[in-house]
Design a binder for this molecule. Sequence first.
Ligand SMILES: NC(=O)c1ccc[n+]([C@@H]2O[C@H](COP(=O)([O-])OP(=O)(O)OC[C@H]3O[C@@H](n4cnc5c(N)ncnc54)[C@H](OP(=O)(O)O)[C@@H]3O)[C@@H](O)[C@H]2O)c1
Length: 324
Amino acid sequence: MTAISDDRLVTIFGGSGFIGRHLVRALAKSGWRIRVAVRQPELAFHLQPLGRVGQIHAVQANLRFPYSVARAAEGADAVINLVGILYKSGKQTFDAVQAEGANAVARAAAANNSQLVQFSAIGADAGSKSDYARSKAEGEAFARAAVPDAIVVRPSILFGPEDSFFNRFAAMARVSPVLPLIGGGQTRFQPVFVGDVAAAVDAVLAGRARPGATYELGGPEVRTFEELMQLMLRVIDRRRLLMPVPFALARMQALFLEMLPNPLLTRDQVRLLERDNVVSVEAERESRTLRGLGIAPTAMETVLPSYLVRFRRTGQFWRRAETA
Ligand SMILES: NC(=O)c1ccc[n+]([C@@H]2O[C@H](COP(=O)([O-])OP(=O)(O)OC[C@H]3O[C@@H](n4cnc5c(N)ncnc54)[C@H](OP(=O)(O)O)[C@@H]3O)[C@@H](O)[C@H]2O)c1
């Protein structure tokens, strides 16, 4: 937690999401007044108890409507853009939300002379075949063009209560005897704790980041997808068959799965899995990392058991008693 911020105002676009909830708590502790800008403000009311009375309030904004974005950023000392999507759906395309939407936020920040933090992702790349990665790079470029001092934050996958990675696979393991290892499960990740990412943004707003820099946030360990599945299974005390699925076959499966309203897998996600998702050597060398912001990364083993416990096999106490 940083020093009290003299009641300065921050607007957080996408503040009702997974990272948003943790970030709102961290910034409220640091004394920020917080405007949570979301499509449906009534769904963000649960955030208000995270601060003192009147400290946190929700307003309506949709990144596809620049007027609503400009209104939500009015008078803000800092603006954070957390909005992102994992798959396209109707008008919620990657270009509309992650590229043009980021442009709307950046222009609104520039109009108010606000500090800007743009959330991107490791792997953002203007030349990527993945629409997710390409649109993230375009969002970064829009942020820089409008606010040259903007800080870009690129995390690897996140873990923490309500994450979509470990919770999703642990839920799958509860009902399925087999878990897929897409591309053989050898893609490398550097999972980062959501609390550390929130602390990093708190540090950025406190002026501890290099203006105009891109920070890559990863945890203390690099693990393959297969190793992450093995760790998750150990935590929930279940044995499951880990079945390698070649990328070509995964793409064919995704072709059908992506037609579902909340798809388990899309072809775009398979493209992302073809590349490692770890902090770059350059970012490490230049300390554009968690440690560079003064944060010691938290290990998965210390946090996963606290929220994956609900997926553990029932009856374990009896088995323990039997084997004792
Ligand atoms: N979680 C990870 O592992 C991870 C890893 C790397 C990068 N990131 C990036 O970090 C950021 C936050 O991630 P997260 O996990 O917190 O995502 P999340 O839980 O899915 O939250 C995304 C937020 O964006 C909002 N949103 C979506 N479309 C919108 C629109 N058109 N206008 C306004 N708001 C909209 C959502 O609100 P609604 O309720 O209105 O949909 C939600 O509040 C994203 O940019 C993501 O790409 C996340």
